[in-house]
Write a protein that binds this ligand. Structure first.
Ligand SMILES: C[S@@+](CC[C@H](N)C(=O)[O-])C[C@H]1O[C@@H](n2cnc3c(N)ncnc32)[C@H](O)[C@@H]1O
Length: 193
């Protein structure tokens, strides 16, 4: 599989990808996790979705493409400049809530409905507050993380964080997990009870 086999790319994606290059955003997600997110989101009509780590909206564009008109999505980033740019692309869509906040604070304060899918693409919800975020997923809902395979940009010792997350997920009896050699190495976990 290479990039040219992925043909369901959101219309807005090329603009956002160019903007990422223009502003030097160096943590973009790739097409592979994008297409998977769109597929999983599409499996949850009238879904309630959460993304931790908006960036400027690359993965968000895929998730939005998979949503039906009665779904809603909350996306969080602690960088006001990035949220400002994402807002230019998605601010008109009333299904989407773009929030500039620290992910840890946001997770601790959240009291709304459970989520049908969480894409945890920032430290909070992935390497911290993992238990809390998993508790916010509804039965049958997905927890998705990428960057699980060794990446050239990992800081020294990061493999311990990744191994810790994998071990934690494997111990959660209420989640069924699959590790995928796809994109940057993904884990999909489904809440089963
Ligand atoms: C891997 S990038 C997200 C990439 C994005 N999902 C995409 O598709 O391009 C991680 C993001 O998390 C944000 N971030 C880092 N620490 C955070 C925190 N404590 N709370 C919320 N967001 C945070 C960064 O500003 C960055 O945009």
């Amino acid at each position: 599989m290479n990039d040219s086999n992925i043909n369901n790319i959101p219309e807005i994606y090329a603009d956002i990808a160019q903007k990422s290059i223009d502003i030097g955003f160096n943590m973009p997600s790739d097409l592979y996790v994008g297409t998977l997110l769109k597929t999983l989101v599409a499996s949850k009509p009238q879904g309630n979705f959460l993304e931790l780590g908006t960036g400027i909206g690359l993965s968000l564009s895929w998730m939005v493409d998979g949503m039906d008109k009665n779904s809603s999505l909350t996306t969080i980033d602690n960088d006001p400049e990035l949220i400002g740019i994402a807002n230019q692309y998605f601010g008109h869509d009333t299904r989407i809530k773009l929030i500039c906040a620290d992910g840890t604070d946001w997770i601790k304060q959240y009291e709304g409905p459970l989520f049908n899918l969480v894409f945890a693409d920032a430290w909070p919800g992935k390497y911290s507050e993992t238990g809390q975020i998993l508790d916010l997923i509804s039965i049958g809902g997905f927890y998705v993380v990428d960057d699980m395979s060794q990446q050239p940009n990992w800081p020294e010792g990061h493999e311990d964080n990744v191994q810790g997350l994998i071990s934690y997920l494997e111990k959660r009896a209420d989640f069924t997990i699959t590790k995928l050699d796809w994109s940057t190495g993904l884990i999909i976990a489904v809440k089963s009870f």
